[in-house]
Design a protein around this ligand. Sequence first.
Ligand SMILES: C[S@@+](CC[C@H](N)C(=O)[O-])C[C@H]1O[C@@H](n2cnc3c(N)ncnc32)[C@H](O)[C@@H]1O
Length: 276
Amino acid sequence: MDADVGQQQEPKVDLRSVFARDQLDLAFKSIGKEAGFFIPHLRPGMDLLDCGCGPGSITIGLAELLSPGSVVGIDVSELQIERARTLALEKSVENVDFYDATAYSLPFEDDTFDAAFVHTVLQHLREPQLAIREIHRVLKPGGVIGVRDSDWSGHIRGPSNQVLDAAWELYTRFHAQRGRHPYAGRNLRAFLREGGFVNVHGTASSEYSGDTDSVQATAQVMALLFRSSDFVKPVLEMEWIDLAGINEIVQAWKEWGENPDAFYAFTNCEAVGWKQ
Ligand SMILES: C[S@@+](CC[C@H](N)C(=O)[O-])C[C@H]1O[C@@H](n2cnc3c(N)ncnc32)[C@H](O)[C@@H]1O
């Protein structure tokens, strides 16, 4: 049965039945869109580190691009590393390796890589500058870094909906309360400069959902986000919202996904810098 929070009548339920999935599926990502800002700075033969690689779809795309160079993806999630290794096997990409490691303490010698890529990771870190400094350590002099993160103030959605407005505010507050950085996007240039990089420049690109398929996909992802255990369990425990409120949000996303006028867009901020 699709675990629908709306089917829970009262709060004292086994929360395991409430959560549909704990991990959103990020495996659809690819380099064209996500790494487009960074590709002009890459060339075949470079060795690259993808820090916080997730399920590896971008990492593998970068490995194909940089062959005969080699690409390494690291992530703190063993599950993601397993998925990434499986994907590389399925795609028969051999110049890529994946390791379970934290960005704060990379298992590599100083001056190892020509390039580093960090995609939608810094917003999740308590101390993004420390991770950037560690990446700076493992880059060779002259090495280049590309980082990309959305800025949560740059999400727009139509038509107006007070439940979804309040939900986004709640989600942003929750993220910040966990010591993370919903507004990382606007600070990427600062993160790189503080981490030791020079000639740092920033760009931005938009993503949008403006037709039936993309709107429904966004609605689905958002509904999953608002029913994921990582969010639901703590906000219920902190009594920021009750189960009925969670259900109302999930239902509002579903209804938004069916609305023929629905539109969603958000801004990704990007920055590139070099190690001297
Ligand atoms: C939103 S996902 C992005 C994954 C991938 N970069 C992509 O864009 O498809 C964020 C990833 O950062 C990883 N992560 C979080 N904290 C980390 C840390 N301290 N070191 C390395 N990876 C981390 C998470 O496990 C997750 O896979």
